[in-house]
Design a protein around this ligand. Structure first.
Ligand code: AKB
Length: 331
């Protein structure tokens, strides 16, 4: 009987689902590196292919498969999916909110035309596809505190317009063609890796600058409240949503968040870690973007449907993690 049990156990584990083969576009951005690391830990290094149009550092190149992929080149993407037998596509290539305003034609190409390629590709090869959306997909007519999952969306940035387009296109392909499209609206994501060109970037930059020199000049007003999330929660949200059984999903686009704070509250939480901290404020064009975004994101549907819950739920615990991370990275 013992032998039979062992055999049963053996055949059950042999029958375990084979890991998905995953392609990450725009993988050298703020989210790509930690997401690749997490998924490689879970599914095996060889099964997670990082890609971008940028030459990787030695660290990235030696960490696992890395290839050139231009999301504006449809044929090139087809070749990658076929050659590497891709099952899941995680589409991170995008210009963020502030930088997109400085080059709208490029943002239209990367954020909108790139999305057209990705969604057609996913349909053609029956891929499960993840596309991040954002608090930037809301606008001045949306309720701001809290902002529900379904509400008015009239964003005033090209970044937001492209994200609403991506959300609607994905939902349409899901209903029309059965595409397994999954999309989360992320708040500002806080990690020791620098983001580039966003409106919420201050909440990363402040750690680097005050831990190095005690001072930071913030480009948002002290009382600008925005939703935020620690990187590990962001990665976990993505993964638990990607692996959630389809029957638990009542929709294909969900709000997720962890906390909301203002620059002034973040500076106060940092103060015990930095003797003689000095934070000054000089708002620039990013203030107008932030003023149209949610202050508090309502993620109750994600919590109810597929069990979303952040592990770093407040500014104090976030500061503890970040002070540790930034110091450990020696930045
Ligand atoms: C940005 O600030 O543009 C991004 C976002 C919230 O989507 N971090």
């Amino acid at each position: 009987a013992a032998g039979g049990g062992a055999r049963r156990h053996f055949s059950r584990s042999k029958a375990k689902a084979k890991p998905p083969r995953i392609l990450i576009t725009g993988s050298l951005g703020q989210l790509g590196v930690p997401v690749a690391k997490f998924l490689r830990g879970h599914y095996g290094v060889e099964n997670v292919i990082m890609s971008d149009i940028i030459k990787p550092t030695d660290d990235i190149a030696s960490s696992g498969p890395y290839i050139f992929a231009d999301i504006l080149d449809f044929k090139g993407l087809q070749e990658i999916v076929v050659t590497h037998r891709i099952d899941w596509l995680i589409h991170f290539s995008a210009l963020l909110s502030a930088i997109a305003e400085q080059n709208v034609p490029l943002a239209v190409r990367v954020n909108i035309e790139g999305m057209h390629n990705v969604i057609e590709l996913a349909k053609q090869y029956k891929l499960r596809v993840f596309v991040p959306s954002t608090i930037g997909a809301f606008g001045p007519e949306s309720p701001r505190a809290p902002t529900p999952n379904v509400t008015v969306q009239r964003p005033k940035t090209i970044y937001g317009v492209a994200k609403v387009h991506a959300e609607l296109l994905g939902e349409y392909y899901f209903h029309r063609f059965g595409l397994d499209f999954r999309c989360l609206r992320f708040p500002g994501v806080i990690s020791s890796d620098p983001p580039g060109g966003g409106t919420t970037d201050y909440a990363v930059a402040i750690f680097h600058e005050v831990l190095r020199g005690g001072r930071y000049e913030c480009y948002l007003k002290p009382d600008t409240r925005l939703p935020m999330m620690y990187i590990e929660d962001c990665v976990r949200a993505l993964w638990s949503y990607m692996t959630a059984p389809a029957e638990r999903l009542r929709r294909r686009v969900y709000n997720v968040t962890a906390m909301s704070f203002t620059p002034e509250e973040l500076a106060a939480a940092l103060a015990p870690h930095v003797p003689a901290i000095s934070v000054t404020y000089r708002p620039d064009s990013r203030q107008a973007i932030a003023d149209n975004w949610p202050q508090i994101l309502d993620d109750s549907e994600a919590r109810a449907d597929w069990g979303w819950r952040p592990e770093v739920p407040d500014v104090q615990s976030l500061v503890q993690r970040m002070v540790h991370d930034v110091r450990a990275a020696g930045l």
